[in-house]
Design a protein around this ligand. Structure first.
Ligand SMILES: [Zn+2]
Length: 396
């Protein structure tokens, strides 16, 4: 077992003794001691104070040192951007936001990110050397391995733009990029569902998409398009055209613009999904009926997902989730009707609790996962060992 994997045990935030670590890993006590020393020199692990044994000398306890390093999580939306500085537990230390159109292009938006990272560090009085990584969510398809958006429909000028390279000219740290729905799923989990290993977050806004966490791991699929629910065909909508060129897509009948159109067709005023949510809140029977039917249509597709991947929680997020129980009732109706009893026995279908914070929390979680991953910790400890060896040679 390597130092990086030993650290993986300490990441749970609980204090551990050397003896407990030796037992859990099967490593010799002397090996544990050497590796803990390395992790302490890297700043990732610190002595855990407080607990004392009865009588004898206090056992040395160790735990993750969450404030050793910082990350910045960034949420870029269609017309807004938000950045949060967090510690390695994902606790927010500072936050900034602005109104900026993603359609203004990558230089305009990313120069705001560069400035925001500097401002957040300055406000928290932390040096730039404490920054360990930056995580970013973008409102379109992203090739996660390279951090490049691929043919994003609402992001002119961004196609294949090298987002990490741009930011790394200013900050020499890893930059992790993913689409907004995936990071919302990570953020919801980190904020409110830490013990849930199998969850699906469905964002219902101008479009519809899903972020899938299975076995505790975000599932991106072969090309990063896993969870693209918006263009799954729903029954009974064959004559409804979709912006993708097909017809009968879920998005064409149940996303924000479709709901607004359905409400207008029944004589009420609405331009966006947000307007429909407002109508629901003000008691409009028409809007409630439209939202409930959208819930049933979404539920048809969710039922298939439930049968395929058996999540324990389905979280509904995005602007239209503001319609609350009216939307959930429709979704539940279809899911419980269409899914297998065993799959729905303990299934919870809920609205997002992290809400507007889900995306920055998720972007921060993406960065933290990278910084604390066994491979990255292992590389850091090897670099430290190499530096020690070089210093010894130089000192001879
Ligand atoms: Zn479509």
């Amino acid at each position: 077992m390597r130092t990086g994997e030993l650290f993986d045990l300490l990441r749970d935030g609980r204090p551990w003794t050397r003896a407990q670590l030796a037992e859990a890993t099967g490593l010799a006590r002397s090996t544990i001691t050497a590796r803990i020393d390395t992790l302490m020199r890297l700043g990732l692990v610190a002595p855990f104070g407080g607990a004392r044994s009865t009588g004898g000398r206090p056992p040395a306890l160790f735990a993750l040192n969450p404030t050793a390093k910082l990350v910045v999580g960034v949420d870029i939306g269609a017309t807004h951007a938000r950045a949060a500085l967090t510690d390695l537990n994902g606790s927010i230390l500072g936050e900034v936001d602005t109104q900026i159109a993603v359609a203004d292009g990558p230089e305009a938006v990313l120069s705001w990110v560069v400035q925001s990272v500097r401002d957040l560090l300055e406000t928290s009085e932390r040096p730039v050397t404490d920054l360990a990584a930056i995580g970013i969510g973008l409102p379109g398809p992203v090739e996660h391995s390279t951090g490049r958006p691929i043919n994003p429909p609402i992001m002119p000028g961004w196609d294949r733009f090298d987002v990490p390279a741009y930011l790394q000219e200013k900050y020499d740290v890893p930059v992790l990029v993913d689409n907004d729905v995936n990071i919302m799923a990570l953020g919801e989990r980190r904020g409110h569902l830490r013990d849930v290993d199998d969850l699906v977050l469905i964002k219902v806004a101008t479009g519809i998409g899903a972020g899938i966490v299975s076995g505790g791991v975000l599932q991106r699929g072969a090309q990063g398009t896993a969870g693209d629910l918006g263009h799954v065909r729903v029954p009974g909508a064959d004559d409804v055209p979709c912006r993708c060129g097909n017809s009968g897509c879920l998005e064409a009948v149940a996303a924000g613009p479709a709901l607004a159109a359905a409400v207008r067709a029944q004589g009420e005023q609405a331009e966006t999904g947000g307007d429909v949510v407002e109508l629901v809140r003000s008691g409009s029977r028409v809007a409630m009926g439209v939202v409930r039917q959208a819930g049933r249509d979404i539920g048809e597709v969710v039922a298939t997902m439930v049968n395929l991947i058996n999540p324990s929680v389905v979280v509904i997020g995005g602007q239209v989730a503001g319609a609350g129980e009216h939307l959930l009732a429709g979704i539940r109706e279809s899911v419980y009707h269409r899914s297998l009893p065993l799959a729905t026995e303990h299934l919870r279908i809920v609205t997002s609790r992290a809400g507007g914070e889900a995306a920055v929390l998720g972007a921060s979680a993406l960065a933290i996962e990278h910084v604390l991953s066994p491979d990255v910790v292992e590389a850091a400890s090897e670099a430290l060992a190499a530096a020690d060896a070089a210093a010894e040679v130089a000192g001879r």
